[in-house]
Design a protein around this ligand. Structure first.
Ligand code: SAM
Ligand code: DTB
Ligand code: SF4
Length: 345
């Protein structure tokens, strides 16, 4: 590994996609001068992607609230009083109407979220039916339903599920301080089942929960050292919801958020890095810096799962101001390592 004379950060002229990052190398990237870091990230980004194209996903909470898990950040946990009430799984027709709306507004991927610790087999059957119907509309499909067994992952894949979202969220050590009802090893086990079933992995984390720089670096190290990089890496900024234990967490320094995007881009050069939750509280200028640092995916639509996302007219205006354009499914197909299930836009 080559090193810059004036920095411990690894050089970017090593062309290979690596899976052996050390914590020190990653910390050295975080500690680069901001401008140098962004330049490196943008250079890596341009080697793999059109820098002006952004993949668009839309989220829908198909089963909201009442979750038995105690994730300290989440408004949907039954452990906290946040005003989010427990609802049953949405009807098929309602989900399909939302999916059509998302497609017509320009989304290429539709992500269905459920506030489950782990779905029952009967729930998986219902979601499998939704997945097949959403695919019929010409959308890529993503689901995030909690922990899956291998047969459940196989069932969803057979129904045509393209992506499964299951975040590691933070370092293993900090995870224990935020969530008591499961471990990061439980998460890794489900990610293994998703991979074995042949689905694309969407896996990232949250910044702003009180984690240290080392925790952020360790999260990215774990992601980048997986046998295959997640195809999609969502970087969320904590949405501080009243009633959750993390409601009073300190805000993330905007430049530190951008740095994390840049380091994710450098470590996982071929992955889509998603500027995820938290955009509502970011300026257009901060979002532009995130795109410059290598973010190339967003959630589009006025709601995330239970909290607000920027108004669609604001996002369209932002894209216009920056000369950004939505990545079409056909382009994504060309860039994706597994395009079996993608349809032309
Ligand atoms: N229950 C499933 C699970 O935990 O995997 C799926 C839904 S859960 C809401 C999906 C992800 O949303 C979490 O892993 C976390 O990254 C993110 N999330 C939840 N609450 C959030 C918040 N307040 N701010 C930012 N991201 C949040
Ligand atoms: C991800 O990484 N972020 C999304 C999606 N994957 C499922 C969820 C964000 C949730 C923000 C809080 C809410 O709206 O409830
Ligand atoms: Fe449940 Fe997922 Fe929220 Fe945790 S993050 S409480 S598992 S919905």
């Amino acid at each position: 590994m080559l090193f810059n004379a004036d920095s411990d950060a690894p050089a970017i002229d090593a062309p290979e996609v690596r899976h052996d990052w050390t914590l020190d190398e990653i910390l050295a990237l975080f500690r680069l001068p901001f401008i140098d870091l962004i330049h490196r990230a943008q250079t890596v980004h341009r080697a793999h992607f059109d820098p002006n194209a952004v993949q668009i996903s839309t989220l829908l909470s198909i089963k909201t609230g009442g979750c038995p898990e105690d994730c300290g950040y989440c408004p949907q946990s039954a452990h906290y009083k946040t005003g989010v009430t427990s609802q049953k799984l949405m009807d098929r027709d309602e989900v399909l109407a939302e999916a059509k709306r998302a497609r017509d507004a320009g989304a290429s991927r539709f992500c269905m979220g459920a506030a489950w610790r782990s779905p029952r087999d009967a729930d998986v059957e219902k979601v499998a039916d939704l997945v097949a119907a959403v695919k019929e509309l010409g959308l890529e499909t993503c689901a995030t339903l909690g922990m899956l067994t291998r047969p459940q992952a196989d069932r969803l894949r057979a129904a045509g599920l393209d992506f499964y979202n299951h975040n590691l969220d933070t370092s293993a050590e900090f995870y224990r301080q935020v969530i008591g009802t499961r471990t990061i090893d439980d998460r890794l086990e489900t990610l293994g089942h998703v991979r074995e079933a042949g689905m694309h992995v969407c896996c990232g984390g949250i910044l702003g929960m009180g984690e240290s720089l080392e925790d952020r670096a360790e999260l990215l190290r774990t992601l980048a050292n997986l046998a295959e990089h997640p195809e999609s890496v969502p970087i969320n900024q904590l949405v501080r919801v009243e009633g959750t234990p993390l409601a009073g967490a300190e805000a993330v320094d905007p430049f530190d958020f951008v740095r994390t995007i840049a380091v994710a881009r450098i470590l996982m050069p071929r992955s889509f890095v998603r500027l995820s939750a938290g955009r509502e509280s970011m300026s257009d200028e901060q979002q532009a810096l995130c795109f410059l640092a290598g973010a190339n995916s967003i959630f589009y639509g006025e709601k995330l799962l239970t909290t607000p996302n920027p108004a669609t007219h604001a996002d369209r205006r932002l894209f216009e101001r920056l000369g950004l354009r939505p990545l079409t499914l056909a382009e994504h197909e060309a860039e994706s390592c597994d395009s079996r299930s993608l349809l032309d836009a």
